[in-house]
Design a binder for this molecule. Structure first.
Ligand code: 2P0
Length: 349
């Protein structure tokens, strides 16, 4: 009896992913099914990440959650979807293994603690790492294995891609039940060890328009978004996978920048328009193009999500010089609070 009262505790971490072919727009809000496929790079495990600890105990009266030290509402619908789906899988597994098995462990309540080591909601994909980590940790707690990205997807679309390391595609799928809308590794984290990213923080403030409501408005109002999803992304996914497989940096970089630019163009085409880039973001874009033009080759790529912060891709040998360029154009004394961070990208989820 004693041991039954001891909490069972599991801690896991999950890294942020950076999309190079962007997800923007849903065809099903409840199941979180996208209008186009997307592709991302998962960061190194010890860089930008979420750490989640989950305890179960017979003495817990109810499910509870704390985010960055503050208790939040456990009845959040997406959180409930993830809890429900993991418990459903666990129950199914038990019944398959041995129908006579008692499933009391499954009815135990969970206490969830989750912390990020980076600013939340500044366009740095906090929900992606957060829901990936929640689903993975819950699966460990309840002894569930196998395909979990379709569950992480129901927490936050981009979270399904953080379930794998390296280069990951989220295949949009065709089914109405979403069973084929999954993340899949394109290349492992060891595939392109020379690839590096730097995050240039242009503002750590909360974004004015959240991704979920922003993309709803875009789906309703932007004909450019429809054109992008139907006619641009399918070809771009194929080209991007080829560039990654060949480790063709120039091709990878150009596709990445064009896709970021088209995503922000669809935001401007949304009515009323959504502005995620600020003046610093625009200056960064100009510096990158000037740098590439100076060398006569594409050595840098920028990409921006739903916020003004830039993620810059480059090869290892160009990092020191690019850091000098950033320090020259964006000296810390003139824009206080800005920082840069070098991040190797080769690691697993
Ligand atoms: C991406 N973004 O592919 C794109 C690029 C932002 C711009 O995925 O409503 O937080 O939870 O599915 O995943 C942000 O959207 O939205 C996002 P929900 P999510 O990374």
């Amino acid at each position: 009896e004693d041991s039954m009262d001891k909490p069972n505790i599991v801690t896991c971490t999950a890294p942020v992913n950076i999309a190079v072919v962007k997800y923007w727009g849903k065809r099903d809000e409840e199941l979180i099914l996208p209008i186009n496929s997307s592709l991302s790079v998962t960061l190194h495990q010890d860089q930008l990440k979420t750490t989640t600890t989950i305890a179960t105990s017979r003495s817990f009266q109810e499910d509870r959650i704390w985010l960055n030290g503050k208790e939040e509402d456990i009845n959040h619908p997406r959180l409930q979807s993830c809890l429900r789906e993991i418990r459903r899988l666990a129950r199914k597994r038990r019944n398959d293994d041995d129908p006579s098995l008692d499933s009391t462990g499954l009815s135990q309540r969970v206490h969830i603690c989750s912390v990020n080591n980076f600013p939340t909601a500044a366009g740095l994909a906090s929900s992606a790492a957060g829901f990936a980590c929640l689903v993975y940790t819950l699966a460990r707690v309840f002894g569930v294995e196998g395909e979990l990205s379709a569950i992480a997807r129901q927490g936050s679309g981009s979270a399904c891609r953080s379930m794998y390391g390296g280069f990951v595609q989220w295949i949009m799928g065709e089914k109405e039940d979403g069973k084929d809308s999954l993340a899949q590794q394109v290349e492992a984290e060891t595939h392109w060890p020379e690839l590096r990213i730097l995050v240039l923080v242009a503002s750590a403030e909360r974004k004015p328009v959240g991704s979920t409501s922003g993309m709803q408005t875009s789906v309703k109002t932007s004909s450019l978004l429809k054109h992008r999803a139907d006619s641009v992304v399918p070809g771009r996914m194929a080209d991007m996978i080829e560039a990654v497989q060949k480790k063709d940096f120039a091709a990878f970089a150009e596709l990445t920048m064009k896709d970021s630019n088209q995503f922000h163009a669809t935001c401007l085409d949304t009515y009323p328009p959504i502005f995620y880039l600020n003046r610093v973001s625009q200056q960064i874009i100009n510096v990158v193009h000037r740098y590439n033009r100076h060398y006569g080759e594409t050595r840098l790529a920028y990409t921006f999500d739903a916020g003004p912060n830039a993620v810059i891709f480059m090869l290892k040998q160009h990092v020191p010089e690019f850091v000098q360029v950033v320090q020259h154009f964006f000296p810390p004394e003139t824009n206080g609070g800005q920082f840069i961070k070098g991040l190797p990208v080769n690691s697993a989820a």
